[in-house]
Design a protein around this ligand. Structure first.
Ligand code: NAD
Ligand code: TYD
Length: 335
């Protein structure tokens, strides 16, 4: 019996993670702390509504009193910190909230974890902390940290703060740095779900610049299994790159989606300022130390994802109309 605090558990990766944890570790209880920002969707957790092992709390990771209370009152043994502002384009339009949540929020959580002596803190970081690669090479855990966007800079700060709590206070911290995720319940502002939803609605598919930027894609379930492995098998103070050896230029992803759906028209739009050209992950350390490896081949994972968006049109349509924002009140308000 263990109680785990997952933050950001109503987001894309968090909601997939909560489902996976309760499936793979049926004896565990998950306390899910999420502020329900625009990116948080309680509807993604609807299947767990009557599951007593899932305790959903709407709140901010930057609220020290709340966080300390949750950790102590539920006797939390480990924290998995996924709560974040996560979209690069939004961080260019308004960086402030990225510092508040990703940096200050993470520090509040670390402090509460330290004071309450939790056994392990897993900081969910990103390969974007390493910046951009040229045509060759991959990021290793020792690559220099050179974040380019306010998003990746704030995630780098959080990642280093987490490691500093390990060095300075002896908190048991593990950091994971994963590449781009895809799969069900991803907010349709990110490349893959945006392109699927736009094609299904007959809108143009906006490709930034020349579309030759490269990302290294991993299915969200493979990432979530890596987080569980980091929690259970990670070595205190270590950093683990997580990736699937699956590099593709954006344009070829968009073309595959058009092919799978049998519709969709590309529109080349202005490039993102400071756009990173290429990401690629060397995940050999995670294979060796965590005994983890990705299981889902890209062709299969992408097809399943496209099918999910086709079959769950209501989910993303309610996101697009904004209707999902009232789901929490409708569903939980009366209790
Ligand atoms: P997301 O935007 O889908 O979800 C983020 C969640 O955090 C939302 O539910 C939101 O409501 C919640 N949240 C935001 N601010 C909060 C706050 N102050 N307090 C409590 N909750 C708050 O993001 P995601 O794609 O699921 O990413 C989850 C984590 O994984 C992030 O830390 C992100 O940096 C990291 N990550 C993402 C990817 C990716 O490809 N999506 C890759 C590597 C790492
Ligand atoms: P995104 O999903 O925002 O993830 P990240 O920027 O964190 O890697 O974008 C993935 C890639 O797709 C990135 O190179 C930017 C590009 N992109 C587009 O070309 N058009 C779009 O509308 C979006 C959202 C992204």
């Amino acid at each position: 019996m263990k109680t785990i605090l997952v933050t950001g558990g109503a987001g894309f990766i968090g909601s997939n993670l909560v489902q996976l944890l309760l499936r793979e570790r049926p004896q565990w209880t998950v306390v899910n702390l999420d502020k329900l920002t625009y990116a948080g969707n309680a509807e993604s957790l609807a299947d767990l509504r009557s599951d007593p092992r899932h305790i959903f709390v709407r709140g901010d990771i930057a609220n020290a009193e709340l966080v300390e209370h949750l950790i102590r009152s539920h006797d939390v043994s480990a924290v998995l910190n996924l709560a974040a502002e996560s979209h690069v384009d939004r961080s260019i339009l308004g960086p402030g909230i990225f510092v508040e949540t990703n940096v200050s929020g993470t520090q509040v959580l670390l402090e509460a974890a330290r004071l309450s002596k939790v056994n392990r803190f897993v900081q969910i970081s990103t390969d974007e902390v390493y910046g951009s690669l040229g045509k060759t090479g991959k990021f290793s855990e020792d690559s220099p940290l050179k974040p380019s966007s306010p998003y990746s800079a704030s995630k780098t700060a959080a990642d280093l703060l987490a490691l500093s709590y390990g060095h300075t206070f002896g908190l048991d911290v593990v950091v994971t740095r994963c590449s781009n995720n895809y799969g069900p319940y991803q907010f349709p502002e990110k490349l893959i779900p945006l392109m699927i939803a736009n094609a299904l609605e007959g809108r143009k598919l906006p490709v930034y610049g020349d579309g030759q930027q490269i990302r290294d894609w991993i299915h969200v379930d493979d990432h979530c299994r890596a987080i569980l492995a980091a929690l259970e098998k990670g070595v205190k103070g270590e950093v683990y790159n997580i990736g699937s050896d699956n590099e593709w230029p954006n344009l070829s992803i968009v073309n595959r989606i058009i092919e799978m759906l049998g519709k969709g028209a590309i529109e080349y739009v202005k490039d993102r300022p400071g756009h990173d050209r290429r990401y690629a992950i060397d995940a050999r350390k995670a294979h060796a130390q965590l005994g983890w490896s990705p299981q889902i081949p890209f062709a299969e994972g992408l097809q399943r994802t496209v099918d999910w968006y086709v079959e769950n049109r209501g989910w993303w349509e309610r996101v697009r109309t904004g209707e999902y924002r009232s789901y929490y009140e409708r569903n939980y308000g009366a209790r």
